[in-house]
Design a protein around this ligand. Structure first.
Ligand SMILES: *Cc1c(COP(=O)(O)O)cnc(C)c1O
Ligand code: SF4
Length: 340
């Protein structure tokens, strides 16, 4: 039998028990009852290598905040729902979201290595909605029938949870479609489980003849360590363009110094900032919200601090819109009076 690879072993060893997470971080058990209760609705899940980047004894650690289930998640908050960005209405075939011109997004798998508490797909019905094995045919047929689709985005869940063999099968089918020129991968694995970017993976990506864009997801500069930098380097060696998207999160990265350090850290590692997303109003995540006026002010200060190429675009996703809504920068005027 084949040995599991290092990344599969790291994946099998993720922490799922709140008691273990608190113990590893020298945190008191007083956080445990709320963590257990919130984890019943959306389980705790975090790789050990990501936990190792947290500060022991600090319950407010910005990396911990992203993954620790809290009592606040169980409050019902008006205007926060289960499908905040209209994904179900945009589903044109199982696992195929087609919202914007020229690109389709495949929810290739529902699985993730980490469960981010603010995840906008935390209530997503992946069972029915992902193009899981055996359902590729319908998704591919939809793309094949639409000559306007020049870019296919693999998303999820996290598409790098799929084996290299399945990724290869999928890209083989895509490259047979003449209109598809670009392959984009939206993944958090190079950040939370950088072991995933091993030589086999890099070989697959390097062989793929489509133009490649890899969009990773880091929210705080401390997420970038030596293993992450090595993973970024491997991805870049395949010729892929490497971008980062973040979510603006209260208590994690909602200050200018952290956002500036994040842009610098990802650039030093070889990626450019792409989007800074306003929180999607998903039930259970309201305690992460940053209001729009403050977000614009933060962006104005960030733009006054950094070269333009290190300033991400602040965007909000609105159900039914034909692109992400740009809030800053580049909308002119002072923070707070940009176009709507
Ligand atoms: C965000 C998103 C995209 C990608 O949008 P870009 O602006 O091209 O990054 C594509 N499809 C769906 C359904 C999305 O939600
Ligand atoms: S990695 Fe992405 S899809 Fe997975 S839980 Fe985090 S935000 Fe959600």
């Amino acid at each position: 039998m084949r040995q599991p690879s290092a990344w599969q072993a790291a994946l099998a060893a993720v922490i799922t028990d709140p008691a273990e997470l608190l113990e590893v971080l020298d945190l008191g058990a007083q956080l445990l009852p709320a963590a257990r209760a919130a984890a019943r609705a959306f389980p705790l899940r975090v790789p050990r290598g990501f936990v190792a980047r947290m500060t022991k004894g600090d319950p407010d650690d910005p990396l911990l905040r992203q993954v620790l289930p809290l009592g606040a998640e169980r409050q019902e908050v008006p205007r926060y729902g289960a499908d905040p960005v209209g994904d179900l209405a945009a589903m044109v075939a199982p696992g195929v979201l087609h919202k914007y011109h020229g690109r389709v997004l495949l929810t290739a798998t529902g699985a993730c290595a980490v469960h981010c508490r603010y995840c906008f797909r935390r209530h997503f019905p992946y069972g029915q909605a992902s193009a899981a094995s055996g359902q590729w045919a319908e998704a591919l047929a939809h793309i094949a029938a639409d000559p306007t689709v020049s870019e296919v985005i693999l998303s999820g869940g996290d598409p790098l949870m799929m084996s290299d063999r399945r990724l290869e099968e999928l890209t083989r089918a895509l490259k047979a479609l003449p209109q598809v020129r670009r392959l984009r991968i939206h993944t958090r694995l190079p950040i939370v489980l950088p072991e995933r970017v091993d030589e086999e993976f890099a070989n697959w990506l390097g062989r793929t003849p489509l133009q490649k864009v890899v969009v990773v997801h880091a929210n705080h500069p401390r997420e970038i360590d030596g293993a992450v930098r090595q993973a970024f380097g491997r991805i870049r060696q395949t010729g892929a363009t490497l971008l980062n998207q973040s979510v603006l999160l209260r208590g994690v990265n909602d200050d200018v110094a952290t956002l500036a350090a994040l842009s610098e850290a990802i650039f030093e590692a070889g990626a450019l900032p792409y989007y800074l997303h306003m929180l999607d109003r998903v039930q259970g995540a309201a305690h992460f919200a940053v209001d729009e006026a403050r977000a614009r002010t933060l962006m104005a200060k960030l733009a006054a601090h950094l070269p333009g190429y290190l300033v991400p675009r602040l965007v909000r996703e609105e159900a039914g819109a034909d692109a992400k809504t740009l809030l800053a920068p580049g909308c002119g005027g002072n923070p707070g009076d940009g176009p709507r």
